[in-house]
Design a binder for this molecule. Sequence first.
Ligand code: CMC
Length: 376
Amino acid sequence: MDISSGLEDVYIKHTGLTSIDGEKGILRYRGYNINDLVEHSTFEEVAYLMLYGELPTSEQLRTFKNSVEKGYLLPDYVKQIISSMPREAEALSVYMTAFAAMSASESNFKWSPQTDKAKAAEIIGHAASVVANANRHSMGLQLRDLAPSDSYARSFLEAALDRKAEQGEVRVMDRALILYLDHEVPASTTAALVACSTLSDMYSSIAAAIAALKGPLHGGAAESAYTQFARIGSPEKVDAWFNENIVEKKQKLMGFGHRVYKTYDPRMKIFKKMATDIVKRDEDRNILLTAEKLEERGVEQFGAKHVYPNTDYYSGIAYRAVGFPVNMFTALFALSRTTGWVAHISEYNESEPRIMRPRALYKGPGPRDLAPVSHH
Ligand code: CMC
């Protein structure tokens, strides 16, 4: 009997949400190319598309925005929990803790298409407030709810950074929210689905997804990739660093490789352009130039194996240029992906859900007689 190591090529559900052509490097949400969505749509429109199946009319968009904005208000106990965390805590851990805490009031939650959609909007609003306040807490600022504005991206940025956001920054944030919104069933989404398949509530399922996102092989890769560029220090040092660490020590190049893409990740190309357009400070430009040189060297080395830069390669440079510290990168990914998680949870519950219960093939000792342990 074959074991699928890493669940490779195992299909766990049908989906009408996201399709990936890994050979050609094409990503579509509900049939729309990611390049078109990023160019012509807003995060709120795409979130609606994912939850309801079609792009919204103006009236539908207004109603949806209002429901999300209600979620900007956090219960007091959640603010107290965030305030009680160490200031240097990783923002993603703050997010996971806040959502685990909010699951406490969900024990009577019953799944239904209506409650799912209402809960989804509330969760998308709460997510922005929690992640923005995780950043405020790390800066030693008083926590506050998000204020409604012309966009989710702006409300989030202005609360998180405690200042007015420029239009260019809002656009980068909005696009990043769209780019990371969904990606079929990676480890985090699968974790959410495993939790929800037991009829657990949506907050608990999101907490499970966040736990799975945290590692450097998944959502933590943006932080690892950025740290790798910073450690190298400058474009001239790329070759020597690469030879020593990647060729000789056989370390992984962070921000490279993907289970599904066998060519360039289309999201990476958009993040690269956004990062190039937004970096202003010399320090950020140096990191960008280092990343570009490393990209060339990495593709030269690994292209033949179909290992190319992924979405996490340049995203950190764009986030940093907007003003976020490195320890916010994974939380920013999680904030975007929360909509994908709730959309997958809703889709799973609207199909004919069964509890996910795979098997493990036993390889241990055969049957044997028990000789009770003597404790004398
Ligand atoms: N650096 C060097 N070699 C690599 C890399 C890399 N980043 N990624 C894959 N390879 C090689 C790997 O050594 C293997 O070579 P060989 O066939 O000679 O043994 C081959 O490519 C296949 O790799 P794999 O480990 O079997 O691939 P996987 O599908 O199990 O893992 C991955 C996918 C994303 C975990 C892996 O590519 C990786 O660890 N990348 C670095 C971390 C990273 O950037 N993660 C972000 C993923 S994309 C967005 C997200 O999910 O957050």
